[in-house]
Design a protein around this ligand. Structure first.
Ligand code: PMP
Length: 395
């Protein structure tokens, strides 16, 4: 097999060593993933020898870059089982969700959940939606039985994280789509943490919008995607104006291009789009099924070890997809993070842009270890050693 575990792929990631050339135990992939050489090289070519603008040039280089950019759109769409005309390239998941919150024409009530990232809360508030909040189950999943009871004909949107960035809980996305549709609402999935960790097929799920970011999928920052059903995107007015999104401009009456161009005002993130496609290629070569199984095994090992420590509280479900949040009694997560850094172990400590979830858990912050396709047992062991050392330091 092409992927016998992280050992084979680690050498593809130049970022996985410290400045002194020591192994770096990077356990913050949920924040952003390290990049494989294939992505770095694709970005380097795009900004170097292949560089030109898109959609305008009459010269060969620009025409080629336009083909490359549109091929990237096709590649990204295909990665989640969508079609290119339904794939808007955005600045990231945050912009993708803002786009829907502002432009979806049937603004009304939106059902969110307690575990949402701020980027799937604040846009709805800003755009004037009435927000309802679906509670969680005891083990930290979105409680779809509660959602079923809460949904009404007034709800025009349901917007849930496909995978929680704090707890790693995986949504039953198909059921969420059925529930939303049963009251005439649409389902938007925040797929930031799902796309790098699970096989995702939007047509199989039956959702209506799907948002994600390239940088969490081993691609560049500054680009992401909104997939939306063609008829829904078609009915949405533009939300930013400028070049490239128009059909004809006059001072009296400007008309707009069809989607996805309608939602891509200005010169796009050309280089990043090429890198995004290279990231999809790389992840597909490794295989999302294998990545998922690999990360689940690491989660199992880490959770079991933490479970045996009586000063550690574990959050989230046992079958979390690659993400483990925990708290150590008497040690602030920031202190733990700082001590771990001395051991070349990088975790995230904080509220993870999910303050309502922290309030629900009754903690100001958690420590979070998150895995990627390159993570291995040595990372888990280094984290556990660091926790032991922290315990000794704090007495
Ligand atoms: N949703 C989730 C679940 C996330 O983990 C993140 C990134 N932490 C976002 C949304 C926002 O993504 P970005 O900052 O790349 O737009």
């Amino acid at each position: 097999p092409a992927f016998a575990g992280a050992r084979d792929v680690r050498k593809d990631f130049p970022g996985l060593v410290t400045a002194e050339g020591k192994p770096w135990h990077y356990l913050d992939t949920a924040a952003t993933a390290q990049k494989p050489r294939a992505v770095i090289d694709a970005v380097s070519r795009a900004i170097g020898t292949d560089y030109a603008t898109v959609h305008r040039g009459v010269y060969t280089r620009s025409a080629e870059m336009t083909l490359g950019y549109e091929a990237a759109r096709r590649r990204v769409a295909g990665f989640i089982g969508g079609r290119e005309e339904e794939l808007v390239l955005t600045r990231g998941a945050t912009e993708a969700i803002n786009l829907v919150a502002y432009s979806y024409p049937r603004k009304g009530r939106v059902l969110l959940s307690t575990l949402e990232h701020h980027s799937n809360i604040v846009p709805w508030q800003l755009a004037g939606w009435q927000v309802d909040v679906c509670p969680l189950t005891e083990d930290g999943r979105i409680d779809l039985d509660a959602a079923e009871r809460m949904l009404t004909k007034d709800h025009t949107m349901v917007a849930f994280a496909h995978v929680s960035n704090v707890l790693g809980s995986v949504l039953d996305a198909k059921r969420a789509a059925e529930l939303a549709h049963s009251v005439g609402a649409k389902l938007l999935l925040d797929g930031c943490q799902a796309v790098p960790r699970l096989p995702v097929d939007v047509s199989e799920i039956g959702c209506d919008f799907y948002a994600f970011s390239a940088h969490k999928l081993y691609g560049p920052t500054g680009i992401g995607a909104l997939w939306g059903r063609a008829e829904l995107l078609d009915a949405m007015p533009p939300w930013q104006g400028g070049g490239s999104m128009i059909e004809k401009v006059t001072f009296e009456n400007t008309t707009y291009a069809p989607p996805p161009q309608r939602f891509e005002a200005g010169t796009p993130a050309i280089v990043e789009a090429i890198g995004f496609a290279a990231a999809c290629d790389y992840v597909e070569r490794v295989g999302t099924e294998r990545i998922h199984a690999h990360e689940c095994a690491l989660v199992g090992h880490l959770r079991e070890a933490l479970h045996g420590m009586n000063d550690v509280t574990l959050f989230g479900p046992a079958d979390s997809a690659g993400i483990v949040s925990f708290a150590m009694r008497g040690v602030h997560p920031h202190d733990l993070g700082t001590i771990l850094d001395e051991e070349h172990v990088a975790i995230r400590a904080g509220h993870h842009c999910a303050q309502p979830l922290m309030a629900h858990l009754g903690v100001p912050a958690t420590a979070r270890a998150s895995f990627g396709l390159y993570s291995d047992e040595s990372d888990v062991e280094a984290l556990l050693r660091g926790i032991d050392r922290t315990r000794r330091i704090f007495g």
